[in-house]
Design a protein around this ligand. Sequence first.
Ligand code: KIV
Ligand code: NA
Length: 265
Amino acid sequence: TRRITVRDLLAAKERGEKWPMLTAYDAMTASVFDEAGIPVLLVGDSMGNVHLGYDTTVPVTMDHMAMLAAAVVRGTRRVLVVGDLPFGSYQEGPVQALRSATRLVKEAGVGAVKLEGGERSLAQTETLVQAGIPVMSHLGLTPQSVHTLGYRVQGRGDEAAHRLVRDAKAAEQAGAFAVVLELVPAEVAAEVTRSLHIPTIGIGAGPDTDAQVLVWTDMAGLTNGKVPRFTKQYADLRATLTTAAQSFASDVLSGTFPAEEHTFH
Ligand code: KIV
Ligand code: NA
């Protein structure tokens, strides 16, 4: 078996085929999604929230990314693994972006990287693509800019919608192989999707993008507290794990575990 490549995703768009993407932050979970047939896994800097317990993605470092992306690559055989470039690892310019992306490709073994911004990240995207590193662009609500954007729907109103389409076309022209659209009106996401030859991947962007991505812990019902309205919960892992932990605890308290079959003599 060979890994899925960015060329497979471009071909899927030409055939009008939709595809799913999930985040992953560890080898074990990634192996589940690989075996489930998910074609693309994003080692998102949402690991800052999900895995590391931060309030935002801003504190995530290249060391975090390299370690967890390597784990996801080791845990999988078939998926395309995309690694996020964390905040501060590419904003200085193309040279810094190339150094960071190269590290994720060489050290972690990812097949592509993702960075936030269209026109503002143009030089970085061009440089990485020229170096042979596939780039996924991320537009709309870009969480690394939480301190200027907040967490609100982006691209509302004609001017903002036009800016989003312009950003998406700029990313495509710079050589990006896909564009994530986060928290934008469905109509705007549909227009961007029609305007591009490369696939769009929506999260809170309506039904008309070429692909859909969810943070896996939201998708599986493991996230603590409120999840965004655009998320659909396909399991209740938090309840399942809570019950498992409580059952283990009560077995230990009562002396029911370990039983004879778990015991060596
Ligand atoms: O970090 C992340 O999980 C992401 C997705 C929401 C697209 O960037
Ligand atoms: Na991200």
